[in-house]
Design a protein around this ligand. Structure first.
Ligand SMILES: *[C@@H]1O[C@H](CO)[C@@H](O)[C@H](O)[C@H]1NC(C)=O
Ligand SMILES: *[C@@H]1O[C@H](CO)[C@@H](O)[C@H](O)[C@H]1NC(C)=O
Ligand SMILES: *[C@@H]1O[C@H](CO)[C@@H](O)[C@H](O)[C@H]1NC(C)=O
Ligand SMILES: *[C@@H]1O[C@H](CO)[C@@H](O)[C@H](O)[C@H]1NC(C)=O
Ligand SMILES: *[C@@H]1O[C@H](CO)[C@@H](O)[C@H](O)[C@H]1NC(C)=O
Ligand SMILES: *[C@@H]1O[C@H](CO)[C@@H](O)[C@H](O)[C@H]1NC(C)=O
Ligand SMILES: *[C@@H]1O[C@H](CO)[C@@H](O)[C@H](O)[C@H]1NC(C)=O
Length: 451
């Protein structure tokens, strides 16, 4: 991949060489993605547990005469116990300046021991997707639960669910994107469930987009399924097996989120990995190229072409929207497959955060992030001119050092119950809940408070 990247940068000087490089890159990716696609790329889709149980279960009645119900819930949370692989006592927090929050980089820091552990568990929160419910699925180690994100040069107060939900009174927040956004919305709802349980008030036919309401606070949280942010026709069955290339309209934003956009007080927007898939690219209703489409007689453009265009349109929309709320753009998240990928036995066996420099962002993740940062920079300048409040959530690097935070084989319920040596598909892309992405909410709260 490094070779390809170097060749990439030569393209202005040597068109022929560039084309060759693109051809090689496409072949590699075609191979990779052919298998990637024929396996379950979107593992949430085939989970009968998460969606169906939620549907059949009536929402909890919320007794508004008892505003302190939250306290009862909080007290009942069974605490996970720290196993031997957890943080050691010598790993202590360095002293730092207080009162500098908001003026420092919240995205540069370290994972430090957090003996108190997560504020919710699988027992206190009913909204965790079955595939990310690592505790329920029998993940044996618990050390990964006892670290918190600690920005290097500033004080980051822990997420205060009560204060956050008070700030959100009468407001609406949407998380827009792919299955990582869904992972994130569940983390947020679970943290807020220590104050009040969210009531599901809407889901689409396929249970991909959902909306919840916190009755005592009149706070609405939406999760909008829009994996490309632009219009896309996706041909995948419920197991994530695709039968044809995605048809992407690079100059038409997905109305699933744009129609709702003006009514939101807060939005967290992201996209990423879906752009790596085989796709036919359209602009102005005309095919302009493709990515991985052998035998189709379209020009191979590479996914960066489409990613730039799609982000460009999304950023332009945001920057010129006259939106009065706070819009976050979140960078995509890294995976930690080792010894393979989704389709061919990749695993993520680590049980501790990586030490500094031990773990590097993979090439594909870096290309995605570089594209995101470039488009964000352009978009945020335009947003600033128009008085639109657009902020970056650059969580990519924060998660590079958390190879221990994925479900791995524990995306399945007790995967080794019958056969200790069973071969099971690992998930090293999504995140266990509770888990590292809970600390995104600490950062987001800090930014909301200081906005
Ligand atoms: C939560 O996980 C534990 C194992 O860590 C399990 O014993 C318990 O039954 C689970 N509870 C729920 C409600 O899933
Ligand atoms: C929320 O809305 C209600 C009804 O419109 C209003 O009485 C209340 O003051 C509002 N609260 C806040 C914090 O905006
Ligand atoms: C709830 O909040 C919305 C704004 O998000 C507001 O229009 C509505 O009046 C509020 N309802 C109540 C009962 O406070
Ligand atoms: C918009 O939402 C619907 C319903 O969830 C979904 O079927 C469709 O794929 C979404 N559009 C895009 C472009 O993702
Ligand atoms: C888009 O296509 C229409 C015809 O389908 C054409 O008239 C128009 O000029 C095209 N616009 C651009 C910007 O290429
Ligand atoms: C491929 O496309 C080019 C340009 O659009 C066209 O000239 C050529 O005939 C096409 N080849 C096939 C096999 O369809
Ligand atoms: C699992 O593998 C080990 C060695 O790798 C072997 O000794 C053991 O018998 C296997 N157990 C089962 C249940 O297949």
């Amino acid at each position: 991949m490094n070779l390809i990247l170097r060749l990439w940068s030569l393209n202005k000087h040597n068109h022929w060489l560039f084309k060759l490089a693109v051809a090689i890159l496409s072949m590699c990716l075609a191979f990779r993605l052919f298998f990637y696609q024929s396996t379950r790329f979107e593992p949430n889709l085939d989970d009968p547990f998460a969606d169906k149980t939620e549907v059949s279960k009536p929402p909890l009645p919320v007794d508004i005469r008892k505003p302190h119900i939250a306290v009862d819930i909080a007290v009942d949370i069974p605490k996970p116990t720290l196993s031997a692989d957890g943080p050691q006592p010598e790993e202590v927090e360095a002293p730092k300046n207080e009162h500098n929050a908001g003026k420092c980089d919240l995205f540069v820091g370290d994972w430090i021991p957090n003996p108190s552990g997560p504020i919710y568990t699988n027992a206190s929160c009913p909204l965790i997707d079955g595939h990310q419910n690592c505790m329920r699925n029998g993940r044996p180690d618990s050390g990964y639960l006892f670290w918190r994100w600690n920005p290097r040069d500033c004080e980051l107060p822990p997420f205060d669910a009560r204060r956050f939900i008070e700030l959100m009174r009468n407001k609406s927040l949407a998380l827009i994107g792919d299955s990582i956004s869904r992972n994130h919305v569940q983390s947020l709802l679970c943290m807020l469930s220590t104050v009040e349980q969210a009531v599901e008030v809407y889901h689409d036919e396929e249970y991909k987009s959902k909306r919840w309401h916190f009755p005592s606070y009149n706070f609405t949280v939406s999760n909008i399924w829009s994996p490309f942010l632009v219009e896309a026709a996706i041909f995948e069955d419920s197991d994530g097996v695709s039968t044809a290339e995605v048809q992407l309209q690079l100059d038409k934003l997905d109305k699933n989120w744009t129609n709702l956009y003006q009514d939101l007080d807060y939005a967290i927007i992201s996209t990423g990995k879906w752009f790596l898939k085989a796709a036919i690219y359209h602009k102005n209703d005309t095919v302009v190229g493709c990515h991985i489409c052998p035998g189709k007689n379209f020009t191979e453009k590479g996914f960066v072409f489409a990613y730039e265009k799609a982000l460009h349109y999304a950023m332009d929309f945001i920057a010129t929207s006259n939106h009065k709320g706070l819009i976050f753009f979140r960078t995509s998240t890294p995976d930690h497959f080792e010894y393979g990928e989704w389709h061919n036995g990749g695993t993520c066996p680590k049980t501790r955060p990586a030490k500094e420099g031990e773990m590097q962002l993979k090439d594909l993740s870096r290309i995605l992030r570089d594209t995101e940062l470039a488009e964000f920079e352009r978009g945020s300048a335009k947003a600033a001119e128009n008085g639109v409040n657009l902020k970056l959530l650059d969580f990519t690097n924060l998660l590079v050092s958390r190879p221990d935070g994925h479900p791995g084989p524990y995306r399945h319920f007790y995967p080794f119950a019958e056969d200790k040596n069973a071969t099971v598909q690992n998930d090293c892309l999504h995140w266990c809940l509770p888990g590292p992405i809970d600390y995104w909410n600490d950062v987001i709260m800090e930014m909301v408070v200081n906005s």
